[in-house]
Design a protein around this ligand. Sequence first.
Ligand SMILES: NC(=O)c1ccc[n+]([C@@H]2O[C@H](COP(=O)([O-])OP(=O)(O)OC[C@H]3O[C@@H](n4cnc5c(N)ncnc54)[C@H](O)[C@@H]3O)[C@@H](O)[C@H]2O)c1
Length: 259
Amino acid sequence: MGRAERLEGRVAVVTGGAGGFGRAIGRRLHEEGARVALWDLDEARASALSEELDATGRSALALGVDVGDSAAVEEAAAATRAALGPIDVLVNNAGVVDAAAPWEVTDESWERHFRVNANGAFYCVRACLPDMRARRSGKIVNIGSLAAQQGRPTTNPAYAASKGAVLGLTVSLARHLGEYGICVNAINPGFIRTEIHDQFTPEGLAPLTADIPLHRGGEHGQHGRPEDIAAAVAYLASPDADFVSGEYLSVNGATRTGS
Ligand SMILES: NC(=O)c1ccc[n+]([C@@H]2O[C@H](COP(=O)([O-])OP(=O)(O)OC[C@H]3O[C@@H](n4cnc5c(N)ncnc54)[C@H](O)[C@@H]3O)[C@@H](O)[C@H]2O)c1
């Protein structure tokens, strides 16, 4: 099966589809044959990509959605279904993080991390499930983080905790949804430089780059690339992973080996 066929005829939703990972994931799933809906707070930026993809002759769509707002998520699922058809693949990628020591974490910051990273992932799953259950098939890929497994220096502990919730959600959903033929997995990326890190100081970023044994060189230095995440998502969304569910796939250049 060639790359252009693995997701032929599927409809995929990518949350955070205007961001660093989201754009690469949207492009890759579309390239593999899916019709793609990009859900993001930044509708203008998501639209720039969806228009480019749509112009190839295979549909793509951008919607301005706050994943932490369950009513807005339900509306986005309905609009996606109406425009592209029933949803086969959901990639829960929208996320927020900041740099903070534990004693600096405010109630607002704690709640913001959980609202977007954890609540948002669940709301999107719940909104897409009717299509998947009715068709007794589906793929859900949650973007977790290495932070949930080993913490990350300088990163707000609310981020690690909210991504821990995403990992717990992943294994729970995998057990609940297996009988419906729905696979649920997570990807735990290591450090991959995107705009999410723009608020970090060079001193805050340094420890994140310090321990990446698999040096890539080139413009990305030691980091991975968003395309590395997109390739892993495409695998988990494809029939090649039909018997893989409840797993965490690390993509981190050996920053952490084992699990
Ligand atoms: N870049 C890394 O090194 C890294 C490592 C581990 C995990 N992650 C996770 O990967 C995902 C993507 O990260 P990225 O590096 O591409 O970040 P990014 O900031 O480039 O993209 C995040 C996107 O999510 C969108 N978003 C934020 N809040 C939203 C909301 N409430 N509703 C809808 N969209 C919202 C933003 O507008 C943005 O387009 C996040 O979940 C992040 O936590 C990233």
